[in-house]
Design a protein around this ligand. Structure first.
Ligand SMILES: Nc1ncnc2c1ncn2[C@@H]1O[C@H](COP(=O)(O)OP(=O)(O)O)[C@@H](O)[C@H]1O
Ligand SMILES: O=C(O)C1=C[C@@H](OP(=O)(O)O)[C@@H](O)[C@H](O)C1
Ligand SMILES: [Mg+2]
Length: 168
């Protein structure tokens, strides 16, 4: 089975849903952010602060190519879609699932978060701006799942049943 890539904005639930999906489908799960943190030996926040966003994007691009492309769930960081090369790689090597979430719920889920360096000040404005810029890229996925006002279990069940479709 080809890799399953979960994409979507910060707070869409990629890391959380991926973990649960891995349990249900009995597949290993790799989170690109966690992988980078482990390889570099620094938190995402520290990488952004000390090396800058460009360096992080390079780690992200290299990581994507290094990871397995079979029999695995890869939960990505929300900005992986910025680079055309990454979007193309994921589409070619796996099934790309975009976890959509409406802005008002993203505001709620990210309100108290302090671990995402791109959302430090003027949070709602930053979220809206980045979300609108990235939406067309997220939409290039093979399938879109709306996570707004839905439980993790419901979303996972939805993904599992869609994956059974002959299209995949
Ligand atoms: N369907 C959901 N309903 C409510 N809260 C959710 C849902 N999915 C994720 N969350 C919460 O939103 C926050 C961000 O989730 P996370 O999995 O880290 O998102 P991502 O990896 O897409 O940035 C976490 O606090 C998580 O518990
Ligand atoms: O959207 C982004 O640019 C980012 C999303 C984060 O991952 P999550 O989407 O898992 O929060 C993390 O990669 C980094 O803070 C940058
Ligand atoms: Mg995540």
């Amino acid at each position: 089975m080809r890799a399953i890539y979960l994409t979507g904005f910060m707070g869409a639930g990629k890391t959380t849903i991926g973990r649960r999906l891995g349990e249900v489908l009995q597949l290993p799960v790799i989170d690109t952010d966690a992988y980078i943190e482990q390889q570099v030996g620094k938190t995402i926040t520290k990488i952004f602060a000390e090396e800058g966003e460009e360096a992080f994007r390079t780690y992200e691009r290299e990581t994507l190519k290094e990871l397995p492309t079979e029999h695995v769930i890869i939960t990505t960081g929300g900005g992986i879609v910025i680079q055309e090369e990454n979007r193309q790689f994921m589409r070619e090597h796996g099934i790309v699932i975009y976890l959509h979430c409406e802005l008002h719920e993203l505001f709620r889920r990210l309100a108290d978060d302090t671990t995402r360096p791109l959302l430090m000040e003027n949070k709602q404005k930053q979220i809206k701006q980045l979300f609108e810029q990235r939406l067309p890229w997220y939409r290039e996925a093979h399938m879109t799942i709306d996570t707004t006002n839905r439980t993790i279990d419901d979303i996972v069940e939805n993904i599992v049943s869609l994956l059974k479709s002959p299209r995949f």
